[in-house]
Design a protein around this ligand. Structure first.
Ligand code: ZN
Length: 869
């Protein structure tokens, strides 16, 4: 037991209820950077103004640096103090000019927050609290300033100098240096500051806004990657036009630049006029990027672009309001993506992502409301709940308002709060006012964590022609929250006749507000089957008593494609849950339903192949686990494999038809071709699962013959789960073919880490010793460590070696990059969902992490909450 005196202080908690407006405002900033990787000098000139009648000194946030000089109104002062890492400067008047100077070392910045080096270039990441690692500043989102930035650097080494806003001047200096000055006229919080210096080439284009202004677009990358930027650039132009058309939002600067960097903690960052991206969300060509990558690039480019209004023009008052910009912007990028191809497939993908990441989060120790009440480290709150559940909240409001009133409400929001730092409450009030709707109870979605559960039973009285749908809802307890109130659940419903397959009612929107309610349908002339939560209109778990036959019926006859998918998933899930618990189940209903769907697709009766590929995919092992009171990973794996094998064998001819090499056409990135590829690769997976003697040869032939990464990666994935000679050969060829391409090597690591082979834990541990493995690059760490931890069978293999290995990796990574380490911890926190033996082994590793000396507050928060929750 450590005695009290030696126990380090617990990290401080920040609470939403403690919000107070800033004591000092900073309307204008001028920054001067003498850039150098090992010692960059930063001079900051802040025009500060007292915010109201108070006598408090100026407090500036800092982290990891010390002031070399401080002046007030041009005069050096020495009456400043340091309070922790804050620089405290007494000021007598109501307006002053405060200047500071610091020196920072970007080449030693492994956290990738603030100014850091990546691939020889210098770049910044300031959200959420990285700006304080660059200079002293009130580093909070409600302090809005205009920025003037001057950079000087060695011209040969850093020929390109970029910052926010518009370029205003540049020139040569002494000793081979040059300089550039940029000015951003739009007031912004410090988290949107950015600069980039380096050797980069640009892919340029222009966009003419609807009011006729020409914007210079540029995507900046290493010279060798220039050919891989066309897709991102096209996506940017589509996004700009879409935001004008759908939300009436126009771009507001003369230039819009994007820079791709290899070392990045997240997907991308919406810095005003200078987005900085993880290169995986920019670089694409058919040989190195899958269709999934192409789609993700377009979605992230759109997301960051859309932040220009939902995030930058209107920002967040404090970080508890994070979903104000993130939930809304995800909703906007989902709408954009839906408009690019098949809306149904896009909705299926979004719901799958929600179920894979957000539902488990909401059911575990790290559950938090969309608007949290407290945090230790804000970086830990860039979660699926803030982003994806937050987007579902916006979607529900849009559904209840209808398209026209929703647009009126967003117009009101953008107009009323332009140029300000707003709150979630401000947004909801605009929805209420312009939507003419009372959202008092709806606000519970922002404050109550946990996924509501809805149970539904349908009663039919044949004589009366009447049917009654009985609904009940319950919001489960989550850490710190119990006995919750019922929420507002907009449920889209429709009845179908079991005999005729015809609809018996129009689609209706029923808004369930109470714990219990029933809906009555008249003129029900035959036995009805209910289609409910169509389009996933509410992000809830639905439990219904619909039979396998009724689910199979809906999978074929429902007119809402999402509902068809959902019925098929429920049918599969019911079968797999029964098989896991009882050791076996009747596979025939699933096989027949899948056969029907495939026949409809292969006959080309109008079913989109991408949709079919989604519909015939079995639920993930982890999602099956989420349905059970205690997860038995091996039993789930075996039950799923048995169903897969039976489906594979029973429908062998159909799978072979779908992946017949004769159907392969030269690569094109069109919705139709993407659908064919997706179904082909799902089908190839089933052929592999059948155990057919020629399965590996078939996959290998596709691997060798492929003219694109989608088919190559699809074949590699099909092979990776097996033990064939073809598997070893393909992995080897893939590795050598792409040596030096970091993004493709990530796929090589990830494919192996996700493999269902029984020896995956050992193979992953070996891969961690591979010369190409490094924890210093977040993409690489996620590709191996992150992927392994979500491979349910491998991570939870009996004995707990996976838990020890993950904890080892997290502790090593924490010393370099706490933010990325903390993001990878949650799988270890799910111990309550497992048997006592596994739970104890998982807890032991959490305890080991919490008590490790010197761990970050990021990792501490995740691990300690995971132990408590
Ligand atoms: Zn965002």
């Amino acid at each position: 037991m450590a005695d009290a005196r030696s126990t380090p202080a617990l990290p401080a908690v920040t609470r939403r209820s403690d919000y107070a407006p800033p004591e000092w405002l900073v309307p204008q900033v001028a920054l001067d950077f003498a850039l150098d990787p090992s010692a960059t000098r930063v001079r900051a000139r802040l025009e500060v103004v007292r915010g109201g009648a108070h006598a408090a000194p100026l407090r500036l946030d800092g982290a990891g640096q010390e002031p070399l000089a401080v002046t007030v109104d041009g005069v050096a002062v020495d009456d400043w103090t340091l309070d922790g890492e804050q620089l405290v400067i007494p000021l007598t008047g109501d307006a002053h000019v405060v200047e500071t100077e610091v020196v920072i070392a970007p080449d030693r910045n492994t956290q990738l927050m603030g100014l850091y080096a990546s691939g020889g270039n210098l770049c910044t990441q300031c959200e959420a609290e990285g700006f304080r690692r660059i200079t002293y500043f009130p580093d909070r989102p409600d302090v809005l300033a205009t920025y003037r930035v001057r950079m000087s650097a060695d011209k040969a080494r850093f020929p390109v100098l970029l910052a926010n806003g518009d370029p205003v001047a540049s020139g040569d200096g002494d000793d081979g240096t040059h300089w550039a000055e940029w000015h951003d006229p739009w007031p912004k919080p410090s988290y949107l500051f950015a600069l980039v210096a380096g050797e980069l080439t640009v892919n340029r284009d222009t966009f003419v806004t609807r009011s006729g202004r020409t914007v210079q677009l540029g995507i900046w990358v290493r010279a060798a990657d220039a050919a891989k930027t066309d897709h991102a650039l096209a996506a940017l132009k589509l996004s700009m036009a879409w935001d004008e058309r759908v939300y009436g939002r126009e771009y507001d600067l003369d230039v819009f630049n994007i820079v791709a960097v290899d070392d990045f903690n997240f997907g991308a960052m919406e810095n005003k006029g200078l987005n900085i991206f993880n290169s995986r969300y920019i670089l694409a060509d058919p040989d190195t990027a899958t269709d999934y990558d192409y789609d993700a690039i377009a979605a992230v480019v759109a997301h960051e672009y859309f932040h220009n209004w939902s995030g930058n023009r209107i920002t967040c008052r404090d970080w508890f309001q994070l979903s104000l910009k993130e939930g809304f912007t995800v909703y906007r990028d989902q709408g954009f993506s839906a408009d690019q191809g098949s809306p149904a497939v896009r909705r299926i993908e979004d719901v799958r992502a929600l179920r894979a990441a957000q539902f488990p989060e909401d059911a575990g120790p790290l559950a938090h409301p969309v608007r949290p009440e407290s945090y230790i480290e804000i970086s830990n709150f860039y979660t699926a709940t803030i982003y994806n559940k937050g987007a579902e909240l916006i979607r529900m409001m849009a559904t209840m308002l209808g398209a026209q009133r929703f647009r009126a409400a967003t117009d009101l929001y953008f107009e009323r709060f332009d140029g300000t730092a707003a709150t979630c409450e401000d947004f909801v009030r605009c929805m209420e006012e312009a939507g003419d709707i009372d959202l008092s109870q709806f606000r519970l979605w922002y404050s109550q964590a946990g996924t509501p559960r809805v149970s539904a039973t349908l009663e039919h009285q044949p004589g009366s022609g009447r049917a009654t749908l009985n609904l009940a809802q319950k919001v489960p307890d989550t850490p710190g929250q119990s006995n919750k109130s019922p929420q507002v659940l907009p449920l889209k419903l429709r009845l179908f006749g079991a005999e005729t397959g015809q609809p018996l009612s129009d689609e209706q929107l029923f808004v369930l507000c109470e714990s219990y309610a029933s809906v009555t349908f008249e003129t029900v002339t035959e036995r009805p089957v209910v289609s409910l939560n169509r389009g996933f209109s509410a992000p809830v778990v639905v439990e219904s008593d619909r039979s396998a036959a009724d689910l199979a019926f809906l999978a074929r006859h429902d007119d809402d494609p999402f509902a068809r998918y959902e019925a098929m998933q429920q049918l599969m899930l019911d079968t797999l849950v029964a098989a896991t618990i009882e050791g076996e189940a009747d596979h025939d209903p699933v096989i027949r339903a899948v056969a029907d769907t495939l026949d409809d697709a292969l006959d080309d009766t109008g079913l989109d192949r991408a949709f079919v590929a989604e519909a015939v995919l079995l639920p993930a092992e982890s999602f099956i686990g989420d349905q059970l009171s205690s997860v038995d990973p091996e039993a789930i794996f075996q039950a799923r494999e048995a169903l897969r094998r039976d489906m594979a064998r029973a429908l062998d001819a159909r799978w072979r038809a779908a992946c017949d090499p004769a159907t392969i056409r030269p690569y094109a990135y069109t919705p139709g071709d993407k659908g064919v590829r997706r179904l082909r690769n799902v089908a190839l997976g089933y052929v592999a699962a059948s155990g057919a003697a020629d399965a590996a040869a078939l996959a290998y032939a596709q691997f060798e013959g492929a003219d694109n990464m989608t088919d190559r990666q699809g074949a590699l994935t099909a092979l990776a789960g097996g033990t064939s000679a073809e598997r070893d050969a393909a992995l080897d060829i893939f590795y050598h073919r792409y040596a030096g391409n970091a993004l493709v090597l990530d796929k090589w690591f990830q494919t192996q880490a996700l493999s269902s082979r029984a020896d995956t834990p050992r193979l992953v541990a070996e891969l961690a010793e591979h010369p190409d493995f490094t924890l210093a690059n977040p993409n690489r760490a996620r590709a191996l460590v992150g992927a392994f931890a979500v491979n349910q069978r491998a991570f939870h293999a009996a004995g707990g070696a996976g838990y020890v290995w993950l904890a080892d990796q997290l502790l090593a990574l924490d010393a370099l990059n706490p933010q990325t380490a903390a993001k990878l911890l949650p799988p270890l926190g799910r111990w309550r969902r497992f048997d006592p033996a596994r739970a104890a082994l998982m807890r032991a590793q959490l305890e080991r992490i919490v008590s490790a000396p010197g761990i970050s507050k990021d990792l501490f928060e995740q691990a300690s909450k995971s132990l408590e929750g």
